[in-house]
Design a protein around this ligand. Structure first.
Ligand SMILES: [Zn+2]
Ligand SMILES: [Zn+2]
Length: 414
C-alpha cells in the first residue's frame, strides 16, 4: 500500500499548495489556513535575564573631522558619553580625508596639523588616544574600531582596522573593488558589517534593486554581514529602509537573520537625528557587545524630531522595553514596556512584488503588515505571520513620533 499511497499523496500536496516554491522568493499563500502550527524558532532575546540585564546605549555610525564630520574626536566622544552612551564606534568614511568640512572660524582637526600618527591617513579613527582623547575604558565606555566603507554602497565595518584610505589607490579601486571584495576583507580581518542607508535619496547615489540586496545577503553569511540600518534618522536618507528590511526578512528568516540597527549618522551635533541602538548586556564589555551584535540581543529607536546632542535635557525619551517573554506552551509573545501608546506586531508584507520603480519611488515595496496591536501576541491564532514577526512600540505627541523597534523573531510552521 505504501508504494501506492506515497505518489498519490505527493501529487495531492503539490496540487493543493501550488504556490509553494522553494527559494528566497517563496511565499506560502495558504499558510493562514493553519496558523496553529506556528512556532518561535529564533528568539534573539532568549538568553536575556530581564531582572539583571543592563541596557547600554550605542552610537554605531558617527563621523568626526577625520572625514566629513564637523567636530573634533574629543568633542564627539565626550558629548556621546555625556548624553548617556556607553558604546561608541567612530565610523569615518574610509575614502574621505580629514578636515573635509571645517566649520568657519575653526582650525580643523587635531590631525593633520600634527604630530600625525604613523598610520596617517588611517582607515579608521583609532585608537582614540591618537586623536587627542582618552581611551574608551578610561571613560567607562566600549569603543569599537570601524569605518564607513564608502566607495560603493555604504557599509558600516566594525571590530576591524579595514578600510581603503591608506592605500591611495582610490581611482583604481573604484573600478575593481566592489562590495563583495570589501565584505570579504571585513570577514578576513574578523570584523562585522551592516549596510547603511539603502534608500538614500542623493545626487551621488544610484539606488539598487531589491534583487541586489537579496543577492548580497544570500552571498555573504550572517557570521559577518549581520544586518542593515533600518533607520539613520535622516528622513531623506531612509525612505524605504523599513520596507526593504521586511522584504528581506520574509525571504531570509528564520534561517538567516538580518538584524536591524538604528544609528544617527552624526556629522553635526546640532542636527542630531535621535536614533540609536540599545544592547542588552550582562555588564559592559567589548566581547559582550560583539556577541550581542552577532545574536541580535539589542533593539533600536527612532524619533522624527531632531535635536542638539549637547542639550541632553532636550533629548527624547523613547518607549522602554522592560522584558520580552516567549511562552511556547501558551503560544504567546509578550512585551512589557512603558512610555508607549501602542505596540504593533509586524510580519510579512502583503506582497513580495515591487509596486513602483525603486529608482524614483520612495515606497517601491510594501512594508510588513501589522498583524496585531497590543502587548500580547497570540502567534498561533493570529493570521498573517510568515517567517518572522517583529514589534514596534510607538508613541506620538501630536507633532512627532517616537518609536522603539525590536529585532525580528524567526517563525516556522514545521
Ligand atoms: Zn553613508
Ligand atoms: Zn555616514
Amino acid at each position: 500500500m505504501k508504494f501506492i499511497i506515497q505518489p498519490v499523496a505527493l501529487v495531492f500536496a503539490v496540487s493543493f499548495f501550488p504556490s509553494i516554491v522553494p527559494g528566497p522568493f517563496a511565499v506560502d499563500a495558504h499558510a493562514e489556513d493553519r496558523p496553529e502550527e506556528s512556532k518561535v524558532v529564533l528568539n534573539p532575546y532568549a538568553t536575556v535575564d530581564w531582572e539583571s540585564v543592563e541596557h547600554h546605549k550605542a552610537a554605531l555610525h558617527v563621523h568626526t573631522l577625520q572625514s566629513d564630520g564637523l567636530h573634533m574626536v574629543r568633542e564627539v566622544v565626550h558629548t556621546y558619553r555625556d548624553a548617556g552612551f556607553t558604546i561608541l564606534a567612530l565610523t569615518d568614511h574610509d575614502q574621505v580625508g580629514p578636515n573635509f568640512r571645517v566649520p568657519e572660524g575653526e582650525k580643523g582637526s587635531y590631525y593633520p596639523k600634527g604630530p600625525r600618527p604613523e598610520n596617517y591617513p588611517a582607515n579608521t579613527t583609532w585608537p582614540w588616544t591618537d586623536y587627542g582623547t582618552e581611551a574608551p575604558e578610561e571613560l567607562g565606555m566600549v569603543g569599537i574600531q570601524g569605518a564607513e566603507l564608502s566607495f560603493r554602497h555604504h557599509i558600516n565595518s566594525l571590530f576591524t582596522p579595514y578600510g581603503t584610505q591608506g592605500d591611495y589607490v582610490i581611482a583604481r579601486r573604484m573600478r575593481t573593488h566592489g562590495e563583495d571584495d570589501q565584505l570579504l576583507h571585513v570577514k578576513a580581518t574578523d570584523g562585522l558589517a551592516f549596510i547603511n542607508h539603502p534608500g538614500i535619496d542623493a545626487g551621488w547615489w544610484e539606488r539598487k534593486p531589491l534583487k541586489w540586496y537579496v543577492d548580497l545577503f544570500g552571498e555573504h553569511s550572517s557570521d559577518y554581514l549581520i544586518g542593515m540600518e533600518v533607520t539613520n534618522g535622516n528622513p531623506s536618507w531612509e525612505k524605504y529602509d523599513e520596507g526593504l528590511w521586511d522584504q528581506l526578512l520574509v525571504r531570509f528568516m528564520p534561517e538567516r537573520p538580518i538584524w536591524g540597527f538604528g544609528t544617527d549618522d552624526m556629522h553635526r551635533m546640532e542636527d542630531y537625528h535621535q536614533s540609536h541602538t540599545v544592547f542588552l548586556l550582562d555588564g559592559l564589555s567589548k566581547e559582550g557587545v560583539r556577541e550581542a551584535m552577532e545574536t541580535g540581543r539589542f533593539y533600536f529607536t527612532k524619533s522624527s524630531r531632531r535635536a542638539d546632542l549637547r542639550q541632553t535635557e532636550k533629548l527624547d525619551e523613547f518607549p522602554a522595553i522592560e522584558r520580552i517573554d516567549v511562552d511556547e506552551a501558551a503560544g504567546t509573545i509578550t512585551i512589557h514596556g512603558s512610555g508607549y501608546d501602542t505596540i504593533k506586531w509586524i510580519s510579512a508584507p502583503q506582497s513580495t512584488e515591487a509596486r513602483e520603480d525603486y529608482e524614483t519611488s520612495n515606497q517601491p515595496w510594501p512594508t510588513g503588515r501589522v498583524v496585531h496591536e497590543g502587548e500580547i501576541l497570540d502567534y498561533r491564532d493570529t493570521p498573517g505571520i510568515e517567517h518572522f514577526v517583529r514589534a514596534e512600540l510607538f508613541r506620538g505627541d501630536g507633532e512627532h513620533v517616537h518609536r522603539t523597534f525590536t529585532n525580528p523573531m524567526g517563525m516556522s510552521r514545521k
